[in-house]
Design a protein around this ligand. Structure first.
Ligand SMILES: C[S@@+](CC[C@H](N)C(=O)[O-])C[C@H]1O[C@@H](n2cnc3c(N)ncnc32)[C@H](O)[C@@H]1O
Length: 229
């Protein structure tokens, strides 16, 4: 089975997610001890979609994140470049588009809000992805990024990093349809910028009013920002 490297070659990333698709949702729930549901719920509340809004859920995978946003009544579109993930999510009944996050097939300003959960870390060029999201959102529109981050309390950070590198791969071997992908997961989390650095990167990409909220002591952070009017 395949895994991507930390250069995040798009072909390898797409193939890796094709390989995890079949048991993706279950593996997430097991590896996060059920916290994934809470993270998604908080992300929806931060995004606060309104009924008449159009929302793009980028790197939506199997659509598990999109379904959560659609509970608000907003029109939510899932986009992803792994056909394996999209086909697993077909039965979820949300609109799905096969698309590369760096070259989206949408007009400028087409959405009121764009969101990406556990996807930004996998893009080959984070800044280019953030700028492409800026392009497809209307002026004054919102960005919400839910992503793994750096635990703020040192003792928990030590335990968590040990969990990622030692315990997570064997658990993934028992549950996932592509366990090697979870070694990539651990490595990519370790090399991902912390809350402040990601906030700076979002601002440098043209977004304004950047803030974030830590979840599970900072193991996950939800960043939000606005497109300047
Ligand atoms: C960890 S999954 C997240 C899925 C979902 N958002 C969730 O919360 O569970 C990451 C997703 O990012 C997608 N992805 C990575 N790079 C992408 C790109 N350049 N364009 C579109 N999707 C991409 C992968 O195919 C994968 O489905």
């Amino acid at each position: 089975m395949s895994r991507a490297g930390l250069d995040k070659n798009p072909r390898e990333v797409a193939a890796m997610f094709d390989g995890v698709a079949r048991r993706y949702d279950l593996t997430n729930t097991v590896l996060s001890f059920g916290q994934d549901r809470r993270w998604r719920n908080v992300t929806r509340r931060v995004l606060a979609p309104k009924r008449d809004e159009k929302v793009l859920d980028l790197a939506a995978g199997s659509g598990v994140s999109t379904v959560e946003f659609a509970r608000s009544g907003a029109y939510c579109v899932a986009a992803d470049f792994s056909l394996g993930m999209l086909s697993v999510g077909k039965a979820r009944g949300v609109p799905m588009v096969a698309a590369d996050a760096l070259r989206l097939p949408f007009a400028d300003g087409a959405f009121d809000a764009v969101t990406i959960s556990f996807g930004l870390r996998n893009l080959v060029d984070t800044g280019a992805g953030l700028r492409e999201m800026l392009r497809v959102v209307r002026p004054g529109g919102r960005l919400v990024v839910c992503e793994f981050s750096t635990p703020t309390w040192q003792p928990f950070r030590t335990v968590y990093m040990n969990y990622l590198m030692r315990a997570l791969p064997p658990i993934a071997r028992a549950v996932s349809s592509n366990p090697d992908a979870y070694v990539y997961l651990a490595e990519s989390i370790r090399s991902w910028p912390d809350q402040r650095k990601l906030g700076e990167l979002i601002a440098e990409s043209g977004w304004t009013d950047v803030t974030w909220r830590n979840l599970t002591s900072g193991a996950v952070a939800v960043h939000s920002a606005l497109k300047p009017r």
